[in-house]
Design a protein around this ligand. Structure first.
Ligand code: GRF
Length: 204
């Protein structure tokens, strides 16, 4: 039997993307994978409690006043201990140190609630709404050393409706995030894609 792909999830909050990934793993939509560990920098994150309820390894590794590199070092050690192949940031609200990113080249994914490169940074859905875009969406990308910048794996778009407020738009984007993250992880684990410059393309 081939060994399963071991996923590590990093989150800070409610964890709806984590739960979508967990459901997809359970349903076989991410073939031959398992969630080997869920780590949060917030001990009281709802997503961490949800991971425990599902019987997953769930660790709180808080910064506790440590410098970023030191805190990241503790997380890297936990990821290595659990032999993680792919790290999925799912609402992880802390910037990664360059040491962290270099420790896992092309093995860290992030989901961002806008169609990058538009609206990087915090509150992307509100930024998009206030800007008046007519199409919004989400992006799953590899993490590199610039914020919300790495190679794009896939995006899903949603229409902005006349009657929307930022909250309604955020909810519509979130529903697409849950689909996008599963598809992106499956794509990466399939081994059928390569990075060419900034493009993520199917191998010839
Ligand atoms: C999502 O909007 C995601 O795009 C962003 O943080 C939010 C996390 O939500 N990176 P959840 O904790 O997965 O529900």
């Amino acid at each position: 039997m081939s060994t399963r792909h071991r996923l590590g999830i990093l989150l800070s909050g409610r964890g709806s993307n984590f739960l979508a990934i967990a459901d997809s793993v359970a349903a076989g939509r991410i073939p031959n994978a398992e969630i080997a560990v869920v780590i949060s920098n917030k001990a009281d994150a709802l997503g961490l409690a949800a991971a425990r309820e599902r019987g997953l390894n769930a660790l709180a590794i808080e910064a506790d006043g440590r410098k970023r590199a030191e805190h990241d070092g503790a997380i890297i050690a936990a990821l290595r201990e659990h032999r993680i192949e792919l790290i999925c940031l799912a609402g992880y609200m802390r910037l990664l140190s360059s040491g962290f990113i270099q420790a896992f080249p092309e093995r860290i994914l992030n989901i961002h609630p806008s169609l990058l490169p538009a609206f990087p940074g915090l509150d992307a859905q509100h930024q998009a709404f206030d800007y008046g875009v007519k199409v919004a969406g989400c992006t799953v990308h590899f993490v590199d050393e610039q914020l919300d910048h790495g190679v794009i794996i896939l995006q899903r778009a949603v229409a902005v409706h006349e009657a929307d407020d930022a909250h309604a738009l955020s909810a519509r984007i979130l529903a697409e995030e849950h689909i996008a993250y599963t598809e992106a992880i499956a794509r990466v684990l399939s081994g059928a894609y390569v990075i060419e410059g900034r493009r993520y393309v199917r191998k010839q």
